[in-house]
Ligand binder design. Sequence first.
Ligand SMILES: Cc1ncc(COP(=O)(O)O)c(C=O)c1O
Ligand SMILES: N[C@@H](CCOP(=O)(O)O)C(=O)O
Length: 467
Amino acid sequence: MLHISTRGEAPEISFTDAMLTGLARDGGLYVPREFPVFDAPTIAGWAGQSYEQIAQHVIGALTGGEIPADTLAAMIREAYATFRYDAVCPLVQLDDNLFLLELFHGPTLAFKDVAMQLLGRLMDHALKQRGARATIVGATSGDTGSAAIEAFRGLDQVDIFILYPQGRVSDVQRRQMTTVDAPNVHAIALEGTFDDCQNMLKALFNDHKVRDELALSGVNSINWARIIAQTVYYFTAGISLGSPHRPVSFAVPTGNFGDVLAGYVAKRMGLPVGRLHVATNVNDILVRALETGRYDLREVTPTSAPSMDVQISSNFERLLFDAFGRDSAAVRRAMDQLRQSHAFTIENEALTRIRSEFDASAVSQEQTEEEIAATWRGTGYVLDPHSAIAVRAGRRALESDPSTPVVALATAHPAKFPALVERATGVHPHLPPHLADLFERQERTVVLPNDQAKVESFIRQHARAGK
Ligand SMILES: Cc1ncc(COP(=O)(O)O)c(C=O)c1O
Ligand SMILES: N[C@@H](CCOP(=O)(O)O)C(=O)O
């Protein structure tokens, strides 16, 4: 199966190459030339199957048979054996027609583990087959970093450098990145915001000399392999609630647009998805873009849901590509305008297409805290702030359409954000046993200015690829 860049000026490549490449050489994002589609009887036939079996169908189709079925099955089995529940991503009922999809039972307590545990295995396999090494550079607003470090630590083929915004992640999130004692892991506190971290990463990738010399690879959701792994839980949740015989909607706490894009991919592949609700915190660029057609960058406001403190929502480019009728020149124009004037306008036809599938709403800090408190009082369930934003958006969605079930994605464990959760509920959420001594572990990090030359020099000093 071939993959094309949203900007149309990079070579068409296989799944494995797209995975090892991360960002396309023209600065765009890879997507499959065509989505594989399952018909309703096929999806109906998956009822009662395990998470791993459904993953095999969905990922097998999206990787176009490039990985032998038994090898893929073994990787899927091992990846999800690291989760604390056999169901991998269990579904919990919160209210009439409102469900919570718990995605945080992996090793680092956030939904990132679902993709990262598989990606680590897929990449290790591909690099070993090619006898190659890679230098992974990732940007994190809190959760991607620890999930990536956990998935890639100790691997011989890989050095991993994670840029996180200094002082803008929770203590638990920071410690999960800085206390891992593995020589191939480097946590870098960048003096800037998450958007600065992400811009730094893209600048390094767009410097082809650096990229080739260091064999750079990315594990953010700019990497298509991340998205395909996340597509699976839309299928498992939909099927548990009666799909394909009835549509199911999803409310997704959104920052970089990777998670909600995976829902869109599931829909393209034949899952009857009702609406996709994009739920943001006060960093609401996507809400404004859907309302007005103007994608307009503003300063990032730090919030109690720090993993969503994002303005440049990378994966929105993949949706735009489809909404523009796969016109890569139109994507290039929009991205050029964004770079030059920090904004672009989505023309009416494309906006109508987006609005036909997506809604968006912002949830303030007060509403987030209120939702954590109200859900706790009403059901005894303790939400983390990101999941609370999804639940609040899900409740709003049910007000306009009470008959379609809504699945709110619970993307992090409440123990990652104990202060807010305790204030809202009076309950101190405890870390699971494998992280119970996190605050006693030795931290190891480096603080770097938001300066490309300095970051590049640090990476060159510590990376083994190309030496
Ligand atoms: C806990 C949590 N919720 C939601 C999000 C937003 O997901 P996405 O960036 O895929 O939109 C993130 C970060 O990615 C996160 O860590
Ligand atoms: N919220 C993310 C930001 C990076 O997102 P990604 O899904 O593109 O890796 C984080 O927690 O780091």
